[in-house]
Design a protein around this ligand. Structure first.
Ligand code: NAP
Length: 251
């Protein structure tokens, strides 16, 4: 990379988003770490600074609040300039029999997992179009590739994100912008450990890992490595793709 570019990572304070933020900073991007939780966003920027790289925290921002997002995007531009990499990673999980999913639960999951990437992508695309270069990486879910019982609201939101990614790739390919989606499968994060604690995995994370072809849970760094590659100049011919990172669970 010849000049420093700015990357915005949502949900950057925890799990996969934290690893992506740290990796993109190590790659030379100035990273805006956006998260609902102020302290975790701050902590990640401190980790990045300790590694000798550049980041700024945008904590206390709910991605489903369009006005708050818009203010955060203005803040990132003020601090670092145009945003040329967007990683829509913040996500909310849900587990409920289909007939018991309330309208409020449906609306909340769609708002965070699908509407927020729509808001944010609309907000930052003008920067990418002006630069004739951009990278959008949407973190979807392997559950959207095969379906998942008791998670219809979550799976529907993530399937929508896959469709959004493909459509963006077609519309903005001529502008030098790529859009790809990584559907993680079974990554050891606080979200995964929370599911384990609530008995939703039918066993421990480690038990489940024995059914994965590579025989281990994924790490946040596995997702960060794929994201890093998609954000490079040399990945400019990869767009509209679903890049599964799942240890072979879904092929
Ligand atoms: P995580 O550790 O829970 O991290 C999610 C992050 O997103 C948290 O920092 C969370 O903040 C933030 N967030 C949630 N709602 C938000 C909102 N409304 N506004 C701003 N930030 C918000 O989960 P993860 O496992 O790393 O998940 C990251 C992404 O990967 C999610 O989109 C998830 O659906 C997807 N994914 C994960 C797996 C897996 O195996 N782990 C599999 C498939 C897909 P708080 O902590 O403050 O809530």
């Amino acid at each position: 990379m010849t000049e420093r570019r700015t990357a915005l990572v949502t949900g950057g304070g925890s799990g996969i988003g934290r690893a992506i933020s740290r990796r993109l900073a190590a790659d030379g991007f100035a990273v805006a770490v956006l998260d609902l939780d102020h302290d975790s966003a701050k902590r990640v920027t401190e980790e990045i600074a300790a590694d000798g790289h550049e980041a700024s925290a945008f904590g206390g921002v709910d991605v489903s609040d369009r006005a708050a997002l818009s203010a955060a995007v203005d803040g990132v531009r003020e601090r670092f300039g145009p945003i040329l990499v967007l990683v829509n990673n913040a996500g909310l999980s849900g587990f409920r029999p289909f007939l018991k999913i309330s309208e409020a639960a449906w609306d909340k999951i769609i708002a965070v997992n699908l509407s927020a990437p729509f808001y944010l992508t609309q907000a930052v695309l003008p920067d990418m179009i002006a630069a004739k270069w951009g990278r959008i990486v949407n973190i979807s879910s392997s559950s959207a590739q095969g379906g998942q019982q008791y998670m219809t609201h979550y799976v529907s939101s993530k399937a929508g994100l896959i469709g959004m990614t493909k459509s963006l790739a077609l519309e903005f390919g001529p502008d030098g912008i790529t859009a790809n989606t990584i559907p993680p499968g079974f990554i050891d994060t606080p979200m995964m450990r929370d599911s384990e604690r609530r008995g939703l995995l039918g066993g421990s994370v480690e038990d489940n890992a024995q059914r994965i072809p590579v025989r281990r849970p994924g790490t946040p760094e596995d997702i960060a490595a794929a994201t890093s590659f998609l954000c490079r100049d040399e990945a400019g011919y990869i767009t509209g793709q679903i890049i599964g990172v799942n240890g072979g669970r879904v092929t």
